[in-house]
Design a protein around this ligand. Structure first.
Ligand SMILES: CC(C)(COP(=O)(O)OP(=O)(O)OC[C@H]1O[C@@H](n2cnc3c(N)ncnc32)[C@H](O)[C@@H]1OP(=O)(O)O)[C@@H](O)C(=O)NCCC(=O)NCCS
Length: 243
């Protein structure tokens, strides 16, 4: 039987162009307020507050409860999940300088990563990628190489975030295949041709990369049921919405 797996990718900017930060802060739990207060600069406190507030607002919408009532738990390697597992909603968050993205789906492992495209040293490319991936990236001219590297890097991180192991697992225990170019907003399908971990190898992994803005590359990983039709919806939230 064909089922549908829908994934919502919610994007928002983290800069507080919305005035009174107290309106955002009221959604946060005490541990989040404590973590927020540890940032030295008020700009970082504001970005953190907006990020966590949006996450609560969005997840509260799926659950039909107020943002303040959303409860979190963590899995073995500190992946945040909803405490209410019976709700069957999986999510994953990524943020990089001024942009955030939350992936939300029903019941499936999901991981998402965003990176700002920037200069990377060849040593780091060699550290992060397997020989075939490395050779493909190094065959490109320097500008294309930067973009290609972040396609591989975000794809690898999205997979590790979907499994929940994060960067505790070596980036060399699996291979990814991703297109090195796509246009703004377009999602392109990648693949995981080799996964060493026997508990993950036989899952129906789907990998996508995308250019979120001219400066940001992202990737999404999920393991839906076999035969599922995948539907991915991107939604940008304006700075004023949903305070
Ligand atoms: C979790 C991890 C993959 C995040 O990568 P990143 O590019 O820095 O950050 P992103 O913005 O993409 O993701 C951050 C979010 O991922 C989520 N996250 C945290 N741990 C996670 C895990 N194990 N799996 C999936 N998601 C996780 C959280 O929501 C986090 O948001 P928060 O920091 O606001 O709480 C990475 O930091 C990690 O694996 N850390 C643990 C291992 C480690 O520190 N190793 C050090 C040697 S490299």
């Amino acid at each position: 039987m064909v089922t549908e797996t829908k994934i919502d990718l919610w994007f928002w900017h983290l800069d507080a162009t919305v005035g009174d930060i107290a309106r955002w802060r009221k959604h946060l739990a005490s541990d989040e307020l404590e973590r927020m207060s540890r940032f030295m600069f008020s700009k970082d406190q504001e970005r953190y507050t907006i990020c966590k507030s949006r996450v609560r607002r969005i997840l509260g919408w799926y659950l039909g409860i107020s943002p303040r009532d959303v409860m979190f738990a963590t899995t073995g390697r500190d992946k945040p999940v909803l405490a209410d597992r019976a709700a069957g909603i999986a999510f994953n968050l990524t943020h990089t300088d001024r942009l955030a993205c939350l992936a939300v789906t029903r019941g499936e492992a999901v991981g998402v990563d965003l990176e700002r495209v920037r200069e990377v040293k060849d040593d780091f490319i060699a550290y992060a990628l397997n020989p075939d991936e490395h050779a493909r990236v190094l065959s490109l001219d320097p500008d294309a190489r930067r973009h290609a590297f972040f396609r591989y890097w975000t794809a690898k991180e999205a997979y590790l975030k979907a499994t929940g192991t994060g960067l505790w697992q070596s980036l060399k225990t699996f291979d990814v295949e991703v297109p090195v170019i796509s246009t703004l907003g377009e999602l392109t399908r990648g693949a995981l041709p080799r996964v060493d971990d026997p508990s993950e190898r036989d899952r129906n992994w789907h990998l996508y990369t995308f250019q979120a803005t001219p400066a940001h590359i992202g990737a999404l990983a999920l393991a839906p049921p076999t035969n599922a039709e995948i539907r991915i919806c991107s939604r940008w939230i304006s700075s004023q919405a949903w305070v």
